[in-house]
Design a binder for this molecule. Structure first.
Ligand code: FHN
Length: 507
């Protein structure tokens, strides 16, 4: 029997289908036409983005007037992230909003910071031009709440852009969409689960006045972004933050047009996935599951563990040195502070999964980089100077993550970066089954980067999956190392027969 559909049933079916398509990514086969989704499927292939992909390691700097209290006020210490100090409850908003009148970082020296970043091995910098409090480190003509009206007076963004560019470090301008200082700024109404299912019906504002005021905020935001790209044309990209609020998400069409305008005025501009949502309120990935803008910014403080988790996209991970402090906090005694080797491990891991790692620094209110950060920069830099080939321009290798560490690959060389030395001093390397029929991987050569000496290799057999194993013998001078070390391998696919010949040559 053929069921007749009534208008109501048709309506119900359509509603259910459209709810389903909004609630879940449509996947790659069931695509929905979007006006403000991703404008490109797959990665950018131009030279600017290729350069971004090879940075390997970056530096983030959170600096602003929150560095003056440094998480403490009137003898009390806040456990809040220091850059959110205005909301900590320890300071009144009025007190906080007047801090800029005392901002006079007499020790600030952009060249010193840039040289330290260079020595650390950073290839790009993300610098907070304005954080959520709205205070601008450049003399914006669209607000008085800027560096121009502090006792210091000089343009900090310009000094940073010039000094880092002179050191060959590319600069990205961090810009917070949240701006607590602007009269028109409004987060909008909180987004509920029901709003997500009926995004078209979601209204960010419950009154016309807030809505009208928000228009002034949009104009202000656009003006400031154009101003930044005009004043600092050397900047390679914009790094957005605070774009998770309902009012902003609802501005998908406007933000999309603004993004296009900024790209048109600054060819090659790189923007991450935190700038705007699509018309269904989807952020980072649009309703079809495609990445919005140029690279994925979701891995804040947390690295992915597999290539599958990255969706095959370009991505970076920004991380704090303590657990969750971006701005300067005077007291790090209650938090785990990452060691240089923790950060090096994160860097290598990120690159093994085709991402970059960005380490955050929070200078103090006088413009000093704290001693702990200076030590981390120095130690990280010392290791990167000796082993950077395993990171810069090096990407995912066919060798999966193994207990001893991570493998990366560049120009036909596979780099094994060893963080956990095996106690039996035989480093077991697993090479997966070859995709070519009857072929396997052999190690043609292996060399310890630290000593330049060739490694002895023993055949470690194979398993049911067809993967083959090799045991690299760690000599005494490598065994005594207390830091991560790198082994450079040449891997080759050969037939089983050829492998037998290689095997005879193994010691
Ligand atoms: O709220 C901010 C936070 O203060 C910091 O700036 C980080 C850096 O990625 N972004 C936001 C949290 O995601």
């Amino acid at each position: 029997m053929i069921m007749k559909t009534t208008p109501f049933l048709t309506f119900l079916l359509c509603t259910l289908l459209s709810v389903q398509s909004i609630a879940q990514p449509a996947g790659k086969t069931n695509r929905i036409p979007l006006k403000h989704g991703a404008h490109r499927i797959g990665k950018r292939t131009d030279p600017d983005m290729q350069r971004w992909r090879e940075y390997g390691l970056g530096q983030f700097i959170h600096w602003g007037i929150y560095a003056i209290p440094g998480g403490q006020w009137n003898g009390k210490t806040s456990s809040y992230a220091a850059e959110w100090f205005r909301s900590s409850g320890l300071i009144t908003h009025e007190e906080y909003d007047n801090l800029y009148k005392n901002f006079n970082p007499k020790h600030f020296d952009a060249t010193r910071w840039a040289k330290q970043a260079k020595q650390m091995g950073a290839r790009y910098l993300i610098f907070t031009t304005k954080h959520h409090d709205g205070f601008c480190l450049w003399p914006s003509k669209y607000t008085n709440y800027t560096i121009a009206n502090t006792p210091y007076g000089k343009d900090i963004v310009k000094q940073i852009v010039d000094a880092y560019t002179a050191e060959g470090i590319d600069v990205y301008l961090y810009f917070s969409i949240i701006d607590w200082s602007h009269a028109g700024y409004h987060p909008g109404a909180p987004i509920t689960a029901a709003d997500r299912l009926n995004w078209a019906g979601y209204t960010a504002f419950d009154n016309e006045e807030d809505k009208a005021r928000y228009e002034t905020f949009k104009t202000f935001t656009r003006n400031q972004l154009i101003e930044l790209l005009t004043n600092y044309p050397e900047a390679k990209g914009l790094w957005f933050d605070g774009s998770w609020e309902g009012a902003w998400i609802k501005e998908a069409a406007w933000a999309d047009a603004l993004g296009e305008e900024l790209r048109a005025m600054h060819p090659g501009l790189i923007i991450g996935s935190r700038f705007r949502a699509d018309e269904n309120g989807k952020r980072h990935e649009d309703t079809n599951g495609d990445l919005i803008d140029d690279y994925d910014q979701r891995f804040e403080r947390n690295l992915p563990n597999t290539l599958a988790q990255t969706g095959g996209n370009d991505w970076d991970c920004v991380t704090t040195i303590p657990e969750n402090q971006w701005g300067y906090h005077r007291d790090w005694s209650l938090t785990y502070v990452k060691t240089p080797y923790d950060l090096i491990e994160m860097t290598v891991k990120a690159n093994s999964l085709n991402g970059n790692l960005v380490i955050n620094f929070g200078p103090d209110g006088d413009g000093n980089i704290r001693p702990e950060e200076t030590r981390i920069a120095r130690e990280t830099g010392r290791w990167m100077a000796a082993n950077g080939d395993a990171v810069y321009g090096a990407h995912h290798s066919i060798l999966e993550k193994q207990d001893w560490g991570y493998a990366t690959e560049k120009d036909g060389t596979t780099y094994l970066t060893v963080f956990n030395k095996p106690v039996n001093n035989l480093l077991r390397v697993k090479a997966p089954r070859s995709t070519e029929k009857d072929q396997v991987y052999v190690i043609q050569s292996a060399r310890f980067r630290t000593t330049g000496k060739t490694a002895a290799i023993k055949d470690g057999g194979r398993d049911k999956s067809g993967a083959v194993y090799y045991d690299i013998v760690l000599p005494a001078e490598i065994r005594k190392l207390e830091e991560p070390f790198v082994i450079e391998l040449k891997l080759k696919q050969v037939s089983q027969k050829e492998k037998a010949a290689y095997q005879q040559a193994l010691t």
